[in-house]
Design a protein around this ligand. Structure first.
Ligand SMILES: [Zn+2]
Length: 295
């Protein structure tokens, strides 16, 4: 599959063939210049090496943005986001500056190909990869993962140490392919047909309560070792299960769960914790994080 023109420019800037190798090389060079080799990475210092003069906080409908002002940049992050989520946003926006530089160095032609491009060459995805590497660098993360077993507690500790959000940590840990575990972020939600029913007026004679579908926990984001069994996105899980109880009882649970994958039902040891978060609109949302240890 083809590369986006932005990814092509990035490859030329970093002198690499592949966009992921390119963003990784650029991040490594930047961390080296900023002498930021130990967690938590001092992002203000790192950012200043990319011409970012200021990191400010504002109420906004998205996680963040990179603004050009004169000869430098300002990064604005969402005031409602947690500190660790804001750090990921800053790291992500820092990576966008590489794309700006790349396209100034080698002006890009509109892509000649049509159709789908490899999603791994998408600028947003590459900035997430770069941000993950910046906050959770393999130089210290790899030995740390090799010396501990894949548990929820170990993931929390690593995230804490790096000042990285749960999702950023799960994302980077799964990219390292050392732990044979899957981290699932569940959020309560409905199926499409149920959403339509929620909008319908209740017919006279029908009890409101029995018509209304109930929200279920659904797998919103899944980060796992590529060799692990494949869990489907949006898959729901019952409230009576060990994972479901982490939500209904707002607690941490542990137990064997039957998880349906693409091929069969797998047994897995699951440790789940209730981990609500604040969305970009400032509303607190329910969320459960599960560490799945496949058997
Ligand atoms: Zn972005």
């Amino acid at each position: 599959m083809a590369m986006t023109s932005a990814a092509q420019a990035l490859c030329r800037l970093a002198d690499r063939d592949q966009p992921i190798a390119a963003i990784e090389a650029l991040v490594d060079k930047l961390l080296e210049m900023a002498e930021a080799d130990l967690p938590p990475v001092p992002l203000e210092v790192v950012a200043s090496f990319r011409g970012i003069r200021e990191i400010s906080v504002a109420e906004m409908p998205r996680s963040g943005q990179l603004q050009r002002e004169g000869g430098h940049y300002i990064v604005v992050v969402n005031a409602e986001d947690s500190a660790s989520r804001q750090r990921f946003t800053v790291a992500h926006e820092i990576c966008h500056t590489f794309f700006h530089e790349a396209q100034q160095v080698t002006p890009v032609n509109p892509p000649e190909w049509t159709g789908r491009y490899d999603e791994r060459s998408d600028e947003e995805y590459l900035c997430d990869v770069g941000a993950g590497r910046m906050l959770l660098h393999p130089a210290w993360l790899q030995p740390r993962l090799e010396s501990s077993s894949p548990t929820l507690e170990a993931l929390l500790e690593i995230g804490d140490h790096a000042g990285a959000s749960l999702e950023a940590t799960a994302f980077q840990v799964s990219r390292m392919r050392i732990w044979n575990a899957t981290f699932v972020f569940w959020e309560p939600g409905y199926r499409k047909v149920e959403l339509a029913r929620l909008d319908q007026k209740v017919l006279p004679g029908f009890d409101d309560g029995t018509m209304k579908p109930e929200a279920k926990l659904r797998a919103r984001r899944i980060y796992g070792h590529p060799d692990s069994p494949f869990l489907a996105l949006n898959k729901s899980i019952g409230s009576e299960t060990v994972i479901g109880r982490a939500w209904t009882e707002r607690t941490t649970t542990q137990g064997i769960e039957q998880l349906p994958t693409s091929t069969r039902v797998h047994q897995a040891e699951c440790r789940s914790m209730y981990a609500p978060y604040r969305g970009p609109d400032g509303r607190v949302r329910d969320r459960v994080l599960t560490c799945v240890n496949w058997r």
